[in-house]
Write a protein that binds this ligand. Structure first.
Ligand code: HEM
Length: 126
């Protein structure tokens, strides 16, 4: 039996490229989130998130070949993430998902995962 991964079902790398690019356009303009990103060029951060999400959803494992185990909670410790930051992050992701316009059931799977993950990365009570 041939199993179609979520990665393939949403359109592969091109879809993740559009999603994460749109997300970072929002971050670039956000006065709360932009200062959290250590590098002036958001391009490398965009690539890391794109490769992570591609891998998570069944695409190539390029992320782990370059970065090792994701350890997302540990990697976010250097950044103060409270409820405001979490909600701003999710708002840009929601805008990006709306723009990419996945079929509703795939959109819901992606959104449920991102919401859960963003909640788990809050590390600073307001
Ligand atoms: C990295 C912020 C949620 C995945 C980063 C970085 C910041 C950040 C400032 C460093 C940028 C870089 O140089 O790569 C936030 C904030 C969040 C959030 C404020 C709000 C809750 C998430 C979620 C995911 C995620 C929900 C995954 C579903 C990643 C990944 C990296 C990263 C994969 C790169 C890790 C690495 O390889 O170094 N995040 N993040 N983040 N974030 Fe988040």
């Amino acid at each position: 039996a041939q199993e179609v991964t979520f990665y393939e079902a949403v359109g592969g790398e091109e879809t993740f490229r559009r999603l994460v690019h749109r997300f970072y356009q929002g971050v670039a303009e956000d006065p709360l989130l932009r200062p959290l990103y250590p590098e002036e060029d958001l391009g490398p951060a965009e690539e890391r998130l794109r490769l992570f999400l591609m891998q998570y959803w069944g695409g190539p494992h390029t992320y782990s070949m370059r970065r090792g185990h994701p350890r997302l909670r540990m990697r976010h410790v250097p950044f103060t993430i409270g409820l405001k930051e979490r909600d701003a992050w999710l708002r840009h992701m929601r805008d990006a998902l709306d723009e990419v316009a996945l079929p509703p059931e795939l959109d819901k799977m992606m959104w449920d995962y991102l919401t859960m993950a963003a909640h788990s990365l809050v590390n600073s009570p307001d």
